[in-house]
Design a protein around this ligand. Structure first.
Ligand code: UD1
Length: 363
């Protein structure tokens, strides 16, 4: 029997490992799959809720690293994970996405001579001020198998000199979760709970350090949201980083009257909110993709995206970080300037099966 350890740690990892775990269990492969949770995210609604949503077993290992500087977080993960790898001697380590846990896990694997596979490889924003871009570059440069979600990833990896026999175009595993849980999301009670009508609200998620850590930027964003609230109802499930900073800079009190803030939501409720939004404002990576699959208009408050297919083919509008441009883009969408959008290639709910099929040869 072969042994595979998957490492996860932060919210956007869980919807990617859920389908992989299920596909592996349903396959005929003789594999023991162990899950290691680093504890990068630890609050109930940033972590545990997703294990329930995605029907994942409790993690086999919990490292409890918690928050900290990037160096601290990565170092703690590496030190603890190294011991687990030493004891377990897996045949393969799986990392997903682009968070600190992804890079830390792949470094341990590579240093210990264990094969490592990266799911969601090849994405590039070409913006090295983003912590995730560093994580993506490091992980892809040492991974043995690279599973790619969109064609831009194939081009990026080729340009970086990655040999083509390590690269597998499998589609988007996060969309596997979306496809699987979409009907369940229709029975979510979140719209009633928040007193919302379908296609009548702007759904906001903003948490990137470049948007929410700097006081002046956050002030400008708060002003933008106040302005937009005159045109449309706003719902904002708020990330702990953003909440902390709004409070720190004294910006929360004025916004509380204009905006429906909620705690971070579970997957099913959030999917329901995405599906029924008139428009979404985000700086997340995954939401750009989910909205494209759902055909919902998404305005991305960033200067670049590592997921260009969502702009070229999907319903994503890249608005930049200037709040005036963002406001103009949202108002344009509300006045009917919408993108038709198509679902990208291989975003069909079967990416995890393709990965497992490849692994049956690679393991
Ligand atoms: C991390 C990822 C980012 C991803 C995001 C999704 C990195 C470099 N960044 O950013 O790519 O888009 O997760 O959420 O890996 N906190 C809590 N409870 C938690 C977790 C965090 O309160 O369960 C607070 C802490 O104050 C912490 C802050 O949020 O300092 C930021 O958490 P951290 O994990 O450092 O980065 P994220 O901003 O969540």
């Amino acid at each position: 029997m072969k042994k595979v350890i998957s490492i996860v740690g932060a919210r956007p990892n869980f919807m990617k490992i859920g389908p992989f775990h299920k596909a592996l269990r349903q396959s005929s492969l003789d594999v023991k799959h162990l899950i290691c949770h680093t504890g990068q995210h630890y609050d109930q609604n940033m972590s545990k809720i997703f294990f329930d949503d995605f029907e994942l077993p409790s993690p086999d290992f919990y490292l409890g690293v918690g928050s900290g500087s990037h160096a601290e977080q990565v170092a703690k993960i590496m030190m603890s994970f190294e011991k687990i790898v030493e004891n377990e001697k897996p045949d393969l380590i799986i990392v997903v996405g682009d968070v600190n846990s992804t890079m830390a896990g792949s470094l341990v694997a590579a240093k210990m001579g264990i094969k490592v596979a990266h799911i969601e490889a090849g994405l590039r924003s070409f913006d090295r001020t983003m912590p995730e871009e560093i994580n993506r570059i490091v992980t892809d440069s040492i991974a043995d198998y690279l599973f790619v979600t969109e064609r831009s990833g194939l081009v990026n990896l080729k340009n970086e000199g990655v040999s083509s026999n390590k690269i597998f175009f499998v589609g988007n595993i996060m969309i596997d979760s979306l496809v699987h849980y979409l009907s369940k999301a229709s029975s979510s009670l979140i719209l009633d709970r928040l007193n919302l009508k379908k296609q009548s609200y702007l759904l906001v998620t903003l948490h990137r350090p470049s948007n929410v850590d700097d006081k002046e930027n956050l002030k400008a964003t708060a002003h933008l949201l106040k302005n937009l609230a005159k045109s449309i109802k706003i719902v904002f499930p708020i990330h702990p980083r953003t909440k902390e900073n709004l409070e720190k800079y004294g910006l929360d009190a004025t916004l509380n009257h204009e905006i429906e803030f909620t705690e971070p939501l579970g997957y099913i409720d959030f999917l329901c909110l995405q599906k029924n939004a008139e428009v979404i404002l985000t700086d997340s990576g995954g939401i750009q993709e989910e909205s494209t699959y759902l055909g919902v208009q998404c305005v991305t408050m960033r200067d670049n995206t590592e997921r260009p297919v969502t702009v070229e083919m999907g319903t994503n509008h890249l608005a930049g970080k200037d709040v005036n441009n963002v406001q103009a883009k949202i108002l344009a969408v509300l006045s009917g300037q919408k993108k038709a959008g198509k679902i990208p290639e291989l975003w069909d709910g079967k990416a995890a099966n393709r990965i497992v099929n490849y692994l049956s040869d690679l393991l």
